[in-house]
Design a protein around this ligand. Structure first.
Ligand code: SF4
Ligand code: SF4
Length: 329
């Protein structure tokens, strides 16, 4: 298996990664071996957005390198978290505190993830009800475990996947319909059931309304930037071609880097605000919530809009409480 040193060996020192990354730019770094020690010191400052890879002529992906460094550092720390400040997150997500499989006894289920129910409680309940009553599709409230993995805790992240797999087996679930692109990309090669996106499923069921905006702008969530699979799916719900917002690498929540780099994290929202868009759609609840929290008032989650649900603002005041409540929905 390749190490991160192997991955960095082909670096040309062209600076393209630095030019497109506020974190690398701040510290005057690129992904060459000359900077290895510094990158190790700053591994938890990376937003794991993958924007650098999109511009690197050698395809060197900073998020893969930083993930490997984080995992090595955690191993060297006897499996303990390397940075502080994420105790609550880990306590919540390793064995997800608000897991709810009450409506899990169906072949096909909505996998809600942790942030869509937190920011969009009303749309969550409507979606769950619609799919149950009209299509015999259940719902589970569960966290995929990606943030645990990003903090370098591979053992705990592995245990989390095993637990999810076991519960899918117990409930004889054959298909997960993911509402979050992070859950989709993280789970699709890790569980033994079919994993699809909510937008694929809506298309398959032939429901949903088309959006007729003349110049629709999308804030594309980081995990979907390379493949663009979710973007392709959501395009089918627009009458006009969608345009992705450029030059903003992340919403600020990626890679659990916000606590190390709060100014950069908040700066992403500032950049969007300054561009003065009238309306921006996204398909990640975390992006919607975080951009709203940082003053981008015109950011909307696509899912409620496509399904014709009543307009719902991201509930940034009560997101934690909503997530707790989802255990009983
Ligand atoms: S993954 Fe994102 S934050 Fe990390 S180095 Fe690459 S562009 Fe910068
Ligand atoms: S863009 Fe790629 S080749 Fe250029 S400096 Fe960055 S890692 Fe090296």
């Amino acid at each position: 298996m390749k190490s991160y040193i192997n991955l960095m060996e082909g670096c040309l020192r062209c600076g393209q990664c630095t030019a497109h990354c506020d974190f690398l730019c701040k510290y005057g770094l690129d992904h060459s071996l000359d900077n290895l020690e510094r990158l190790k010191e700053l591994s938890f400052h990376c937003f794991m957005c993958g924007e650098c890879a999109a511009y690197c002529p050698k395809g060197i992906d900073g998020k893969v390198i930083m993930q490997m460094i984080r995992e090595e550092q955690t191993r060297e720390n006897h499996g303990n978290p390397v940075i502080g400040g994420y105790e609550k997150l880990l306590e919540e997500k390793i064995d997800y505190l608000y897991q709810n499989y009450r409506l899990g006894g169906y072949k096909s289920v909505l996998f809600m993830g942790c942030n869509f129910p937190a920011y969009f409680p009303n749309s969550t309940k409507k979606l769950s009800k619609l799919f149950l009553e009209s299509y015999d599709i259940g719902t589970i409230y569960e966290c995929c475990g990606k943030p645990v993995r990003e903090l370098g805790l591979t053992k705990e992240a592995g245990e989390s996947i095993q637990r999810i797999q076991q519960r899918l087996c117990e409930n004889q679930i054959e298909e997960l319909i993911t509402v979050c692109p992070n859950c989709y990309l993280y789970l699709k090669d890790k569980v033994d059931v079919r994993v699809v996106s909510i937008y694929e499923k809506i298309k398959e069921l032939q429901i949903g309304e088309n959006i007729d905006d003349e110049n629709p702008y999308i804030f594309q969530p980081c995990p979907d930037r390379m493949e663009g699979f979710w973007k392709e799916s959501v395009q089918t719900f627009f009458n006009n071609e969608i345009q992705c917002i450029k030059d903003v690498q992340c919403c600020g929540l990626g890679g659990c880097a916000k606590s190390s780099e709060p100014e950069i994290a908040n700066g992403f929202a500032d950049k969007i605000r300054k561009k003065g868009y009238e309306k921006i759609y996204t398909y990640c609840a975390s992006c919607t919530g975080n951009l709203r929290r940082n003053g981008c008032e015109h950011v909307w989650h696509l899912l409620p809009v496509i399904l014709g649900f009543p307009q719902e603002d991201a509930d940034i005041e009560h997101n934690r409480r909503n997530r707790e409540n989802s255990k009983y929905w």
